[in-house]
Structures are given as structure tokens and as C-alpha cells.
Design a protein around this ligand. Structure first.
Ligand SMILES: C[S@@+](CC[C@H](N)C(=O)[O-])C[C@H]1O[C@@H](n2cnc3c(N)ncnc32)[C@H](O)[C@@H]1O
Ligand code: SF4
Length: 450
């Protein structure tokens, strides 16, 4: 894809980990609404659980996650007390002890938990939910300072997949983002996790960081390939200092420009594909025998708040401060400030502060956007048929795609099958945005597409 074209499309767009996107959630969806939704869940359908641990012991200046830096353990321990109460409260609102097929601990850094607290939290989950055979239990891992006892505790808790933050292995880049992580420590963590029986390993990489060059990216991807992870996530650094004030610590003059970002993303992707990885959607790569690659081949890849997934559950229960849940009726989000979350739970209720009830139109557009983000292809007529509307309802959107199609970003055939060609993959969000009815109405500012 040529650079001027790329620059023309380098406008902020949502990442579509949900549709409608989180900035459009509103306060009409309350804790009472959520309790009703939980109570109405179907008894025999497995649910997925997401637990948010919003603490880290040092701040990476690029961080876009909901986290708080703490040098003391007391706030973490106090948070766990509240999280356990929330687990009980949610479990009490459910119609039965529900089967669970997926658990994900994210953050922040769940690896800040002591081995005892890892055991305590997983025990509470196993007491209040029925863990299904073949349960996938994944945890986000910051390998810095995470030792063998913590790893043993994760393995004993039943963790099956570790998602490790690597970002970039180059010391100059690491200094520029305040994240010193010698590669030896990462290698050791991977070896120890595997030795402990946590067989699946994902590595998170980033491009577009300050001081990052193609050489640093190549070095990072080579080190990544040597660790033979099951999956790799390759995130473009989202520089949003108006939302994440600490990102102002990053020297903006040292950030790669649009052309350099694109070259870095392109290089990393080419190396990963050469190394035998299958490209998954916008920013994931998976070994051909991994569940994500299989889901892609079989047309059942999904996108949710954690990114790309082969999870089939219709209900994702979010637990913890800022956690987002997705239920058949719509979305819910917990209070993000830890004190507000704590106050809501200790007052005896749930911590929902906003959400969105899905309309029929939302569901249809969500399906269109999800297929585009996952398959880079969507059959509008087939989806319209499935949702009982006329394909002609999308005539306006198809017309809006004409300039994108002239630019080679999309192709639309006579049967309204929309395809994003491989070279335009990094711009798939721009195609998805054409189907986003809320985009024009919001005030949210997003990150750049590449
Ligand atoms: C919530 S972090 C959890 C992992 C763990 N705390 C760590 O950093 O090792 C998940 C991943 O999000 C990515 N990430 C964080 N901030 C980002 C940003 N501003 N833009 C793009 N990706 C980001 C990083 O790759 C990080 O590993
Ligand atoms: S990137 Fe990970 S370790 Fe760094 S501050 Fe964010 S959540 Fe914490």
C-alpha cells in the first residue's frame, strides 16, 4: 500500500472490540438492569469470566490499560476482598451454578498477586462456578520479577495459557518507555511456564514506540520466533495522552511517524508470516495448529473486549474495577475508579455504572463489523437475510464505500460481498467504521488505524 494513501486514511477510528463501542455506553443501564440480565441467562449455556486486576508495581509510560501503580501490597489485598464479594454477588444473581468454559485474568498485572492470593481467587471462582472439562484459563503476565512460586501457583490454579508482555527487546526503546526487561528474564519465564505445565504461551509485541526502529522490531520478532509462542499480538502503540495523562512522559519527538509505523508493522508481520504464523484479523498471529487459526479457517473467529478469540460463549461476565461484560441483552461496565467500585460492592450491590441495551440494528451492524474485523470479508445480503432485513437497507453504506473501493481499500461485488484485500488489512477499521451508526454522534477521540 502506498504511503500517501495510507496517510490519507490515517484518521482515528475505534478498534471495534465491541459494537457499539464503549464510549457510547450510558448510565441508563444500571446495577439493577444487570442483575435482571444475569438472572435471565439460560441455565445450560456456558459463560466466560473476565477478571480485572488493576495494579502494577511500576508504570510503563506507554500504558493504555486501566491500572494503578502501587509499591505496597495492602491495596491489592483489599481489592481482592472486594473482588471476592463481587464474585459472590454475581453468582447469587445467576439462576444456578453456571458452567464456565473460559476464564481470563487481565490487567494491569495479575502477576502482582501473591501465590496465596492466586490460589484464593481461583478457589473462589471454582466454588461459585462449575468449571467445564477443557476449560481455557488464561492470565496476562508481566514477567519482570514474577518467580517460580507465582508460576507454580498459576499452574496449580489450572491456568492453561499465559499471555506475556514483551513489547520490544531493545534497551533504548525500553528506556524510552520506562520498562526495562532484559530478554533473558522473558526467556526464563517462558521456559518456567512451560515446565510448570502451562503449555500455551502468547507474546505481546508493540510497534510505534519512541526510539523504535525497524532494526529493533526485527530483533524483537527474531527473539519472539525463537520462543515459538502459540500466538503473537502485535499492537500499534496508541498514543492518547488526552486520555492517559502519563503518556505525556513520552518524548513525542522520538515517536516514529506514520510511514515508520507502517514500515515497522509491515516488517514484523512479514517476519511472523515467514516464520509460519497465520495472520488473524488486525493484529494477531497464530500457529496453524492454534485455536485462533482453526477458528479463522472455520469462519467462527470472534472479537471481544480481549481482542480476537475462539470463545463461543454468548455471555462474558466482567468482574473487577472497569471490567466490561457482554450479555445477550447488551453490555455493562463496572465503575473504573477503584474506590467507586469498592463502595458499590461493599454497599451490597453490583458495580455497574454504564452499559448499552442492544437494538436490532445494533446486533445487525455488530455482526457486519465483527465479520469484517475477523474475516476481512462480509456477505451483506446473507447477514441481512439472517437478521430479517433487506440488503438494500445498506445501500447508503455501499455508496460510502465507493471512494474506498477506488483507492483499493475494499472491493464490493455485485452480490454485496465486501472484501478488504490483503494489502489493505491495516485499514480494515476504516471499512468497519462505515457501518458504525454511532461514530458521527460521539465525542470520543480514538487512536490512529496503523
Ligand atoms: C494490560 S497489558 C497486560 C500485560 C502486562 N501488564 C504487561 O505489560 O506485561 C496487555 C498489553 O497491552 C498492550 N498495550 C498496553 N498499552 C498499550 C498502548 N497504549 N497501545 C497499544 N498497546 C498497548 C501491551 O502489549 C501489553 O502487553
Ligand atoms: S503495560 Fe502492563 S505492566 Fe506496564 S503499566 Fe501497563 S498494565 Fe502495567
Amino acid at each position: 500500500m502506498d504511503l500517501p494513501l495510507l496517510q490519507r486514511y490515517d484518521r482515528p477510528v475505534p478498534r471495534y472490540t465491541s459494537y457499539p463501542t464503549a464510549p457510547h455506553f450510558h448510565a441508563d443501564v444500571s446495577a439493577e438492569t444487570y442483575a435482571g440480565w444475569l438472572g435471565a441467562l439460560s441455565l445450560d449455556e456456558a459463560v466466560s469470566l473476565y477478571l480485572h486486576i488493576p495494579f502494577c508495581d511500576s508504570l510503563c509510560w506507554f500504558c493504555g490499560c486501566h491500572t494503578k501503580i502501587t509499591r505496597r501490597y495492602a491495596p491489592v489485598s483489599a481489592y481482592l476482598d472486594v473482588l471476592e464479594q463481587e464474585i459472590d454477588r454475581v453468582a447469587d444473581a445467576l439462576p444456578a451454578v453456571m458452567p464456565v468454559s473460559r476464564i481470563h485474568w487481565g490487567g494491569g498485572s495479575p502477576t502482582i498477586l501473591t501465590p496465596d492470593d492466586i490460589a484464593r481467587l481461583s478457589r473462589r471462582l471454582s466454588e461459585r462456578f462449575r468449571w467445564m472439562e477443557g476449560l481455557e484459563f488464561s492470565v496476562e503476565i508481566d514477567p519482570r520479577g514474577f518467580g517460580t512460586e507465582g508460576i507454580a501457583a498459576l499452574a496449580a490454579a489450572g491456568v492453561t495459557r499465559a499471555s506475556i508482555g514483551v513489547q520490544d527487546v531493545n534497551p533504548a526503546v525500553q528506556r524510552a518507555v520506562n520498562r526495562l526487561q532484559p530478554i533473558e528474564g522473558t526467556l526464563e519465564a517462558v521456559d518456567r511456564l512451560r515446565a510448570a505445565g502451562i503449555r500455551h504461551v502468547n507474546l505481546d509485541l508493540m510497534y510505534g514506540l519512541p526510539e523504535q526502529t525497524e532494526t529493533a522490531v526485527a530483533e524483537t520478532v527474531a527473539a519472539t520466533l525463537a520462543m515459538a509462542p502459540d500466538r503473537v499480538s502485535l499492537f500499534g502503540y496508541a498514543h492518547v495522552p488526552w486520555m492517559k495523562r502519563h503518556q505525556r512522559l513520552i518524548d513525542e519527538t522520538r515517536l516514529p511517524d506514520a510511514a515508520a509505523r507502517f514500515a515497522q508493522a509491515d516488517l514484523a508481520a512479514a517476519m511472523l508470516v515467514d516464520g509460519g504464523y497465520v495472520r488473524i484479523g488486525l493484529d494477531h498471529f497464530a500457529r496453524a495448529d492454534d485455536g485462533l487459526a482453526l477458528a479463522l479457517r472455520q469462519g467462527r473467529l470472534r472479537r471481544n473486549f480481549q481482542g480476537y478469540t475462539d470463545d463461543t460463549a454468548e455471555c462474558l461476565i466482567g468482574l473487577g474495577a472497569s471490567a466490561i461484560g457482554g450479555l445477550p441483552q447488551g453490555y455493562v461496565q463496572n465503575a473504573a475508579p477503584i474506590h467507586a467500585y469498592r463502595d458499590a460492592i461493599t454497599a451490597g450491590g453490583l458495580a455497574t455504572v454504564r452499559g448499552l441495551v442492544l437494538s436490532a440494528d445494533d446486533r445487525l451492524r455488530r455482526a457486519v463489523i465483527e465479520r469484517l474485523m475477523c474475516d476481512l470479508r462480509v456477505d451483506i445480503a446473507a447477514l441481512a437475510d439472517r437478521f430479517g432485513v433487506r440488503a438494500a437497507d445498506f445501500d447508503g453504506e455501499l455508496e460510502s464505500l465507493i471512494p474506498l473501493s477506488h483507492d483499493g481499500i475494499v472491493s464490493v461485488d455485485g452480490d454485496a460481498v465486501i472484501t478488504v484485500p490483503e494489502p489493505a488489512r491495516p485499514l480494515v477499521r476504516c471499512v468497519a467504521a462505515v457501518f458504525d451508526r454511532y461514530l458521527a454522534t460521539g465525542t470520543a477521540r480514538h487512536s490512529r488505524p496503523v
